[in-house]
Design a protein around this ligand. Sequence first.
Ligand code: ADP
Ligand code: MG
Length: 240
Amino acid sequence: MITVKDLYKSFGENGVLKGISETVEKGEVVVVIGPSGSGKSTFLRCLNLLERPTSGTIVFEGQEITGKRFDEDKLREKMGMVFQQFNLFPHKTVLQNVTMAPIKVKGQKPEAARKRGLELLEMVGLSDKADSYPNSLSGGQKQRVAIARALAMDPDVMLFDEPTSALDPEMVGEVLAVMKQLAQEGMTMVVVTHEMGFAREMGDRILFMDDGVIVEQGSPEELFGNPQNPRTVDFLSKVL
Ligand code: ADP
Ligand code: MG
Protein backbone atom coordinates (compact mmCIF):
# COMPACT_ATOMS: atom_id res chain seq x y z
CA MET A 1 0.00 0.00 0.00
CA ILE A 2 2.87 2.37 0.86
CA THR A 3 6.43 2.10 -0.39
CA VAL A 4 9.00 4.55 0.93
CA LYS A 5 12.41 4.75 -0.70
CA ASP A 6 15.48 6.66 0.54
CA LEU A 7 13.40 9.23 2.39
CA TYR A 8 15.34 12.23 3.66
CA LYS A 9 13.94 15.25 5.45
CA SER A 10 15.91 18.21 6.73
CA PHE A 11 14.78 21.40 8.41
CA GLY A 12 17.48 23.86 7.39
CA GLU A 13 20.75 22.34 8.52
CA ASN A 14 19.04 19.83 10.75
CA GLY A 15 18.84 16.40 9.12
CA VAL A 16 15.87 14.65 10.72
CA LEU A 17 15.17 11.69 8.43
CA LYS A 18 18.32 10.14 7.03
CA GLY A 19 17.40 7.52 4.50
CA ILE A 20 14.26 5.55 5.31
CA SER A 21 13.12 2.74 3.05
CA GLU A 22 10.06 0.86 4.18
CA THR A 23 6.89 -0.75 2.93
CA VAL A 24 3.47 -1.04 4.52
CA GLU A 25 1.25 -3.83 3.23
CA LYS A 26 -2.51 -3.64 3.01
CA GLY A 27 -4.03 -4.72 6.33
CA GLU A 28 -0.76 -4.44 8.19
CA VAL A 29 -0.39 -2.77 11.58
CA VAL A 30 3.05 -1.18 11.73
CA VAL A 31 4.08 0.27 15.08
CA VAL A 32 6.87 2.85 15.22
CA ILE A 33 8.75 3.22 18.48
CA GLY A 34 11.84 5.18 19.43
CA PRO A 35 13.15 7.99 21.59
CA SER A 36 11.78 11.50 21.55
CA GLY A 37 13.30 13.55 18.73
CA SER A 38 14.21 10.52 16.61
CA GLY A 39 11.95 11.65 13.73
CA LYS A 40 8.84 9.52 14.24
CA SER A 41 6.37 12.37 13.80
CA THR A 42 8.29 13.75 10.84
CA PHE A 43 8.15 10.31 9.21
CA LEU A 44 4.35 10.10 9.61
CA ARG A 45 3.92 13.68 8.43
CA CYS A 46 5.95 12.93 5.32
CA LEU A 47 3.71 9.95 4.56
CA ASN A 48 0.70 12.21 4.11
CA LEU A 49 2.71 15.20 2.86
CA LEU A 50 2.08 17.42 5.87
CA GLU A 51 5.84 17.72 5.42
CA ARG A 52 7.44 17.67 2.00
CA PRO A 53 10.34 15.20 1.89
CA THR A 54 13.71 16.73 1.03
CA SER A 55 14.45 13.74 -1.19
CA GLY A 56 13.29 10.20 -1.76
CA THR A 57 10.04 8.79 -3.05
CA ILE A 58 6.79 7.64 -1.53
CA VAL A 59 4.41 5.51 -3.56
CA PHE A 60 0.89 5.13 -2.22
CA GLU A 61 -1.54 2.73 -3.89
CA GLY A 62 0.60 2.67 -7.00
CA GLN A 63 0.97 6.44 -7.37
CA GLU A 64 4.08 8.43 -6.57
CA ILE A 65 2.82 11.08 -4.19
CA THR A 66 6.19 12.83 -3.91
CA GLY A 67 5.90 14.04 -7.51
CA LYS A 68 5.43 17.78 -7.97
CA ARG A 69 1.83 17.91 -9.05
CA PHE A 70 0.25 15.38 -6.73
CA ASP A 71 -3.04 16.46 -5.16
CA GLU A 72 -2.44 16.51 -1.40
CA ASP A 73 -6.10 16.88 -0.53
CA LYS A 74 -7.00 13.72 -2.42
CA LEU A 75 -4.20 11.92 -0.60
CA ARG A 76 -5.43 13.00 2.81
CA GLU A 77 -8.89 11.69 2.04
CA LYS A 78 -7.32 8.27 1.73
CA MET A 79 -4.95 8.62 4.70
CA GLY A 80 -6.65 9.43 7.97
CA MET A 81 -4.50 10.94 10.68
CA VAL A 82 -4.99 11.12 14.42
CA PHE A 83 -2.70 13.36 16.47
CA GLN A 84 -1.77 13.64 20.10
CA GLN A 85 -3.92 16.77 20.27
CA PHE A 86 -7.45 16.18 19.11
CA ASN A 87 -8.02 19.41 17.16
CA LEU A 88 -11.81 19.21 17.28
CA PHE A 89 -13.84 22.24 16.27
CA PRO A 90 -15.16 23.63 19.58
CA HIS A 91 -18.22 25.34 18.14
CA LYS A 92 -19.48 22.27 16.30
CA THR A 93 -21.21 19.34 17.92
CA VAL A 94 -19.56 15.94 18.03
CA LEU A 95 -21.64 14.73 15.10
CA GLN A 96 -20.93 17.90 13.11
CA ASN A 97 -17.21 17.41 13.72
CA VAL A 98 -17.51 13.94 12.23
CA THR A 99 -19.70 14.85 9.24
CA MET A 100 -18.21 18.18 8.20
CA ALA A 101 -15.37 16.93 5.99
CA PRO A 102 -17.38 14.22 4.22
CA ILE A 103 -20.00 16.83 3.33
CA LYS A 104 -17.64 19.67 2.41
CA VAL A 105 -14.73 17.78 0.90
CA LYS A 106 -16.34 14.63 -0.48
CA GLY A 107 -19.69 16.14 -1.33
CA GLN A 108 -21.66 13.59 0.65
CA LYS A 109 -25.33 14.33 1.17
CA PRO A 110 -25.91 15.58 4.74
CA GLU A 111 -28.37 12.79 5.49
CA ALA A 112 -25.92 10.08 4.35
CA ALA A 113 -23.05 11.69 6.23
CA ARG A 114 -25.19 11.88 9.35
CA LYS A 115 -26.15 8.22 9.12
CA ARG A 116 -22.53 7.15 8.67
CA GLY A 117 -21.41 9.56 11.42
CA LEU A 118 -23.82 8.01 13.89
CA GLU A 119 -22.57 4.53 12.98
CA LEU A 120 -19.00 5.63 13.59
CA LEU A 121 -19.91 7.26 16.90
CA GLU A 122 -21.53 4.00 17.90
CA MET A 123 -18.37 2.14 16.94
CA VAL A 124 -16.26 4.35 19.21
CA GLY A 125 -18.86 4.13 21.98
CA LEU A 126 -20.12 7.70 21.82
CA SER A 127 -23.60 7.51 20.32
CA ASP A 128 -24.98 9.38 23.30
CA LYS A 129 -22.60 12.31 22.71
CA ALA A 130 -23.61 13.10 19.12
CA ASP A 131 -25.18 16.45 20.06
CA SER A 132 -22.67 17.39 22.75
CA TYR A 133 -19.89 19.92 22.26
CA PRO A 134 -16.24 18.89 22.51
CA ASN A 135 -15.62 20.94 25.64
CA SER A 136 -18.02 18.75 27.59
CA LEU A 137 -16.05 15.60 26.77
CA SER A 138 -13.12 13.95 28.52
CA GLY A 139 -9.79 13.63 26.72
CA GLY A 140 -10.42 9.98 25.93
CA GLN A 141 -13.83 10.80 24.51
CA LYS A 142 -12.38 13.62 22.41
CA GLN A 143 -9.76 11.33 20.99
CA ARG A 144 -12.42 8.75 20.11
CA VAL A 145 -14.34 11.49 18.28
CA ALA A 146 -11.13 12.38 16.43
CA ILE A 147 -10.80 8.75 15.34
CA ALA A 148 -14.43 8.66 14.18
CA ARG A 149 -13.87 11.90 12.28
CA ALA A 150 -10.86 10.46 10.47
CA LEU A 151 -12.79 7.27 9.65
CA ALA A 152 -15.70 9.27 8.24
CA MET A 153 -13.58 10.03 5.17
CA ASP A 154 -13.40 6.29 4.56
CA PRO A 155 -9.58 6.18 4.46
CA ASP A 156 -7.53 3.24 3.24
CA VAL A 157 -4.90 3.74 5.92
CA MET A 158 -4.88 5.37 9.33
CA LEU A 159 -1.84 7.13 10.76
CA PHE A 160 -1.71 7.61 14.53
CA ASP A 161 0.87 9.90 16.16
CA GLU A 162 1.00 9.16 19.87
CA PRO A 163 -2.79 9.19 20.16
CA THR A 164 -2.77 8.43 23.88
CA SER A 165 0.16 10.57 25.03
CA ALA A 166 -1.94 13.56 26.05
CA LEU A 167 -4.48 11.49 27.98
CA ASP A 168 -4.86 10.87 31.67
CA PRO A 169 -3.84 7.27 32.36
CA GLU A 170 -7.35 6.05 33.04
CA MET A 171 -8.42 7.08 29.53
CA VAL A 172 -5.66 5.41 27.59
CA GLY A 173 -7.40 2.04 27.55
CA GLU A 174 -10.62 3.22 25.93
CA VAL A 175 -8.71 4.75 23.01
CA LEU A 176 -6.46 1.72 22.57
CA ALA A 177 -9.58 -0.47 22.57
CA VAL A 178 -10.98 1.44 19.59
CA MET A 179 -7.64 1.13 17.79
CA LYS A 180 -7.57 -2.60 18.50
CA GLN A 181 -11.01 -3.00 17.04
CA LEU A 182 -9.96 -1.13 13.91
CA ALA A 183 -6.89 -3.32 13.55
CA GLN A 184 -8.98 -6.45 13.96
CA GLU A 185 -11.32 -5.23 11.25
CA GLY A 186 -8.34 -5.17 8.91
CA MET A 187 -7.55 -1.47 8.75
CA THR A 188 -4.03 -0.68 7.55
CA MET A 189 -2.41 1.31 10.34
CA VAL A 190 0.87 3.05 11.08
CA VAL A 191 1.02 3.84 14.78
CA VAL A 192 3.62 5.85 16.67
CA THR A 193 3.19 5.03 20.33
CA HIS A 194 4.90 4.50 23.64
CA GLU A 195 2.27 1.92 24.58
CA MET A 196 4.41 -1.17 24.41
CA GLY A 197 1.52 -3.43 25.39
CA PHE A 198 -0.41 -2.30 22.31
CA ALA A 199 2.71 -2.66 20.14
CA ARG A 200 3.27 -6.22 21.34
CA GLU A 201 -0.34 -7.30 21.06
CA MET A 202 -1.46 -5.56 17.87
CA GLY A 203 1.71 -4.85 15.89
CA ASP A 204 2.35 -7.04 12.88
CA ARG A 205 5.72 -5.35 12.67
CA ILE A 206 7.63 -3.01 14.95
CA LEU A 207 10.03 -0.38 13.62
CA PHE A 208 12.57 1.03 16.02
CA MET A 209 13.66 4.53 14.96
CA ASP A 210 16.63 6.39 16.34
CA ASP A 211 18.31 9.53 15.02
CA GLY A 212 16.41 9.58 11.73
CA VAL A 213 16.89 5.98 10.67
CA ILE A 214 15.08 2.71 11.23
CA VAL A 215 17.69 0.97 13.29
CA GLU A 216 15.90 -2.34 13.55
CA GLN A 217 12.57 -3.88 12.73
CA GLY A 218 10.81 -7.16 13.20
CA SER A 219 7.82 -8.94 14.64
CA PRO A 220 6.96 -8.05 18.24
CA GLU A 221 8.51 -11.37 19.32
CA GLU A 222 11.75 -10.58 17.50
CA LEU A 223 12.02 -6.96 18.47
CA PHE A 224 10.95 -7.18 22.10
CA GLY A 225 12.14 -10.72 22.75
CA ASN A 226 15.46 -10.72 20.98
CA PRO A 227 16.58 -7.23 19.94
CA GLN A 228 19.81 -7.25 17.94
CA ASN A 229 21.00 -3.66 17.92
CA PRO A 230 22.54 -2.15 21.08
CA ARG A 231 20.46 1.02 20.57
CA THR A 232 17.28 -1.03 20.54
CA VAL A 233 18.38 -2.89 23.66
CA ASP A 234 19.15 0.37 25.40
CA PHE A 235 15.80 1.95 24.44
CA LEU A 236 13.79 -1.10 25.48
CA SER A 237 15.61 -1.29 28.80
CA LYS A 238 14.26 2.20 29.54
CA VAL A 239 10.65 1.71 28.46
CA LEU A 240 9.81 -1.89 29.36
P1 ADP B 1 9.70 12.46 17.40
O1 ADP B 1 8.31 12.46 16.91
O2 ADP B 1 10.40 11.15 17.25
O3 ADP B 1 9.82 12.95 18.83
P2 ADP B 1 10.07 14.63 15.54
O4 ADP B 1 9.87 14.08 14.19
O5 ADP B 1 8.96 15.40 16.15
O6 ADP B 1 10.56 13.47 16.52
O7 ADP B 1 11.31 15.60 15.56
C1 ADP B 1 12.60 15.20 15.12
C2 ADP B 1 13.49 16.43 14.99
O8 ADP B 1 12.99 17.25 13.97
C3 ADP B 1 13.56 17.27 16.25
O9 ADP B 1 14.89 17.67 16.42
C4 ADP B 1 12.70 18.46 15.92
O10 ADP B 1 13.16 19.60 16.56
C5 ADP B 1 12.85 18.59 14.43
N1 ADP B 1 11.65 19.16 13.78
C6 ADP B 1 10.46 18.57 13.66
N2 ADP B 1 9.57 19.34 13.01
C7 ADP B 1 10.26 20.48 12.70
C8 ADP B 1 9.90 21.70 12.02
N3 ADP B 1 8.67 21.90 11.52
N4 ADP B 1 10.85 22.63 11.91
C9 ADP B 1 12.10 22.45 12.40
N5 ADP B 1 12.48 21.33 13.03
C10 ADP B 1 11.58 20.36 13.19
MG1 MG C 1 6.52 12.87 17.81
